[in-house]
Design a protein around this ligand. Structure first.
Ligand SMILES: [Ca+2]
Ligand SMILES: [Ca+2]
Length: 289
């Protein structure tokens, strides 16, 4: 259940002008002459920042306060001071137009920290904010919703920390190859956990469905030690930092298929003939980003 924060754009515009970093913000506005904040019909807001970039948000999708510690993010750069969380988010979008997707805001100190895509906390990924027991709060922007044909009953939309994925959760476990074939027969592939946000949704859904062991679309079956996602993309060094649980992969030639064990918080190479549950994602619901 999401709590939605809504903002009156007139107030927002005034707040931006009175912003504690107003000087630099104003300078930006004057220099480019492109930043306008306009009151639109109540359904959507439009904020034009730099060049021709126009940000449109449904009211519900502006920024959403996460409950407690259910979401985290990766810090994009140094913090600054903002009067309210809305101006914090606006300035985050100005400074990081391509990557700002969330903010961490401390209402007491008014500290604003820019963040990337929000994700469910991952046990072995410690470089994330806010930290547990921190008074800081995370607000996230909802990400685009993928196409999802739910009419067959095979697929459902899952939303975790504003990241939406169209998924099929297996009703019974199978070995890796049969799991992969079953996904293919539904016009889908084994899930690819190639970003922190995607791994976190995968883990959250597996936990939700009480599937402790779940195949993911990743193997080194063709070339021992070189793990490749089910879409042909090799596992990068950066991905390897957050995917594996400590001391994995350890199976050498014997273990060439990869599963999530959710209470371990990451991936482990296993024997391909092991019997586990699995999660599929339609081919057309996955977009590179
Ligand atoms: Ca192997
Ligand atoms: Ca292993």
């Amino acid at each position: 259940m999401q709590m939605t924060q809504c903002f009156d754009l007139q107030l927002l515009a005034e707040a931006v002008n009175k912003h504690s970093n107003g000087a630099s913000l104003e300078m930006n506005v004057k220099k480019t002459k492109t930043m306008v904040i306009t009151k639109f019909p109540p359904k959507a807001t439009s904020i034009k920042i730099k060049g021709n970039r126009v940000y449109c948000f449904e009211k519900e999708a502006f920024i959403t306060l996460a409950n407690g510690q259910e979401c985290q993010t990766q810090q994009l750069g140094a913090s600054w001071t903002s009067d309210i969380q809305a101006t914090c988010y606006l300035e985050c979008m100005i400074r990081y137009p391509e990557t700002c997707q969330s903010i961490v805001y401390n209402a007491g100190t008014k500290t604003c920290t820019p963040g990337g895509v929000a994700f469910h906390p991952l046990q072995f990924y410690t470089a994330s904010i806010p930290r547990a027991n921190s008074p800081d709060q995370i607000y996230f922007a909802k990400q685009p919703v993928p196409p999802c044909d739910t009419s067959s009953g095979n697929f459902d939309l899952y939303d975790v920390c504003g990241v939406s994925l169209c998924l099929h959760v297996s009703s019974s476990p199978d070995d890796y190859f049969r799991a992969k074939t079953n996904c293919n027969q539904m016009g889908s592939r084994l899930f690819i956990a190639n970003t922190i946000a995607r791994l976190s949704v995968f883990e959250a859904v597996a936990m939700d469905y009480a599937k402790p062991y779940t195949w993911v679309g990743l193997t080194d079956i063709d070339d021992e030690g070189k793990f490749v996602w089910d879409n042909g993309e090799p596992l990068s060094d950066e991905q390897a930092q957050y995917t594996w649980v400590p001391e994995q992969p350890n199976g050498g030639d014997g273990q060439d298929c990869v599963r999530l064990k959710y209470n371990e918080g990451g991936l482990n190479d296993r024997y391909c003939n092991s019997i586990y549950d699995y999660i599929c994602e339609p081919y057309n619901a996955y977009t590179e980003n």
